[in-house]
Design a binder for this molecule. Structure first.
Ligand SMILES: C[S@@+](CC[C@H](N)C(=O)[O-])C[C@H]1O[C@@H](n2cnc3c(N)ncnc32)[C@H](O)[C@@H]1O
Length: 307
């Protein structure tokens, strides 16, 4: 069974359960790896582990996520020390009410203005670990407003953090909207040598799911995104990309266009809402062809063993 390294950050929509299947279908003939919607970083970490590419450029509009990786890259010892101190304080509290008070104090600190990068990164890790269901949600003022998730104990794996810190040394991290990110990159590197793995926010299936899959205060416009991808492809003919999506009627309307190939990655149980387990099919749209052999390998891949 192949091992998948999970991200240090708990994050809704993480691809860890699908990774084994997905990685077989990546375009490995390119030199450059680009991930405009990084999320937890699980995909990046496992691609780095396999050493598929020589250059890595990743981005997410969420500043805390990117700062977390920047601090982990720069000084994992300092970050680990700060997170371990938070874990110790939290685990030593006797009651769940005390833990809840600790959580809401930390949330207030995180939402404050004057907070240094390492403190912010360690509190961010803590809030994602102990907040409700690994959801990142902000209010209209951009303040993190996820409630307490009632976790009793938390552990930070320092060894894994060190390992990931070494892996991410060659990676350039950006914190921009995806359009600015790509236009900035287009001035620096030759995008025709790049493979893009794109995992944008899900298309909400119901009105009530909208907030949980949004991540930011603004709606994500999928129709704009696909148009941009096609434009970049027209400008850089050899550029290849894969867009991950959950299978739905809306997804097909937007992404199942003649220029792209649709593949089923595998069936998954998605637990965005813990009380309502949804079974959905994960699909990907590619602008390149994968061989039947690669497809068979993806089909026969064992479920991921998550470390
Ligand atoms: C589905 S998640 C990615 C999950 C990731 N593949 C993983 O395994 O954890 C989508 C990500 O897109 C980011 N995002 C949303 N709108 C964005 C935008 N306009 N530009 C860049 N990133 C954006 C969100 O912050 C979120 O982290």
């Amino acid at each position: 069974m192949e091992k998948v390294i999970s991200s240090p950050i708990r994050w809704t929509g993480s691809k860890k359960k699908l990774l084994n299947e997905m990685l077989y279908t990546f375009d490995r003939e390119k030199e450059i790896y680009i991930e405009p919607f990084l999320g937890s970083g699980t995909v990046l970490i496992n691609v780095l582990e396999k050493g598929y590419y020589s250059n890595y450029y990743v981005n997410d509009v969420n500043r805390s996520l990117i700062d977390f990786y920047r601090t982990l890259k720069e000084n994992h010892e300092r970050l680990s020390k700060m997170i371990s101190k938070i874990c110790k304080e939290y685990n030593e509290l006797d009651t769940i009410d005390e833990k809840a008070t600790y959580f809401y104090d930390m949330r207030k600190r995180y939402n404050g203005n004057r907070i240094k990068a390492y403190t912010r990164s360690s509190i961010f890790w803590f809030l994602m670990r102990t907040g409700y269901n690994g959801v990142y949600r902000v209010n209209l003022n951009g303040k993190f407003n996820v409630p307490f998730g009632k976790k009793k104990t938390i552990i930070f794996d320092q060894e894994k953090a060190e390992y990931i810190s070494v892996l991410i040394q060659p990676v350039q991290f950006y914190c921009l909207g995806y359009q600015e990110f790509i236009s900035e990159l287009s001035e620096k590197i030759d995008l025709s040598k790049a493979f893009f793995y794109c995992d944008p926010p899900y298309i909400p299936e119901t009105k009530s799911m909208e907030n949980q899959v949004l991540y930011t205060k603004n709606r994500f416009e999928h129709s704009d995104f696909i148009l941009h991808m096609l434009e970049w492809w027209e400008s850089y003919y050899d550029l290849t990309f894969m867009i991950s999506m959950s299978d739905s009627h809306k997804t097909d309307e937007l992404y199942n266009i003649w220029e792209l190939n649709k593949i089923c990655v595998c069936d998954i149980i998605r637990s965005v809402n813990p009380r309502k387990k949804l079974v959905s099919k994960e699909v990907a749209f590619l602008n390149y062809i994968i061989s039947e052999d690669e497809m068979k390998m993806a089909d026969n891949t064992e479920p991921a063993f998550v470390l």
